[in-house]
Design a protein around this ligand. Structure first.
Ligand code: FPP
Length: 260
């Protein structure tokens, strides 16, 4: 997140207005499936892991843009419960990359008032990464800037199973009347508890799949798929996603369009 020092002619500290995007009708919560890192690298004759490294830069600039636009939350799919089936070397590289990024970026995240949270089964992550996550979450918990959620060892089905277990345990102990369970009770047991649902889901690299991401929370999200590989996702790609979002009529199951 580190940015060059502002000078009198530097506009980087002013809100970024992407041409044509209506700043009054922005999604409040943007979710991203950062796909195509491996293909980006392979298309350049590089090892796949170089794509993940480049993907971090794209994520940092997307977070910066969303923050400057005044978007309230950005949730990124960094590592799924299914990603453990990748070759051990790639998994190890990703875990080490997460650790390095947390160490190198924490100061800038604090300075820019970002509140970072990691969502998923964190117990399954390496000890060192768990410690860095706990430290980063604690140090940024009171920040009033953008909420940056990094889904790590995350699966939508796992999240729903966990929520069901937690509610069942409370019911079994007599703490909860099963008749009172409603949508709010379930939402409150998800990793995303306290966060409003995403308005916009962006998926890069052209795949039209949700891939076990935020299954509950994406119920009414607008979906934007771009062919761009994640490391190439830049301000123009974000602008296109926001323009696409602003062209939609959101009806939430009703008949009357609710314009974003
Ligand atoms: C999917 O591309 C991408 C990932 C599995 C990893 C994404 C992780 C980052 C960008 C790092 C984020 C880091 C922090 C700490 C926030 P892919 O490998 O599935 O691409 P492919 O479909 O082309 O093979």
């Amino acid at each position: 997140m580190s940015r060059p020092p502002a000078t009198s002619t530097d506009t980087s500290t002013s809100p970024v207005i992407l041409p044509g995007v209506d700043a009054t009708r922005l999604p409040q919560h943007v979710a991203v499936i950062m796909d195509g890192n491996g293909r980006w690298a392979e298309s350049r004759g590089l090892p796949r892991v170089m794509g993940h490294r480049a993907g971090v830069e794209a994520l940092k600039s997307t977070l910066r843009l969303c923050s400057d636009l005044g978007i309230s939350a950005l949730t990124a799919y960094a590592f799924s419960t299914e990603n453990w089936s990748r070759p051990g070397e790639e998994v190890n590289f990703l875990m080490t990359l997460f650790e390095r990024v947390l160490q190198s970026e924490l100061h800038a995240l604090e300075e820019e008032r970002v509140r970072i949270r990691f969502l998923g089964d964190l117990d399954g992550l390496p000890d060192k990464l768990q410690q860095l996550i706990a430290d980063a979450s604690e140090r940024t918990v009171a920040n009033d800037g953008i909420h940056f959620n990094v889904c790590t060892n995350y699966g939508g089905r796992l999240e729903l199973v966990r929520a069901a277990q937690r509610l069942a345990q409370r019911a079994a102990s007599g703490d909860l009347d099963p008749e009172t369970i409603d949508e709010n009770s379930i939402a409150a047991e998800l990793f995303t508890a306290g966060e409003q649902d995403p308005d916009l889901l962006i998926r890069t690299s052209g795949e039209h799949r949700i891939s076990n991401f935020l299954l509950w929370q994406l119920a009414y999200a607008e979906i934007h798929v771009t062919d761009v590989y994640w490391p190439d996702f830049n301000s123009e790609a974000l602008r296109e996603a926001l323009l696409d979002y602003q062209s939609r009529n959101r009806r939430f199951g009703g008949l009357d369009p609710i314009t974003p």
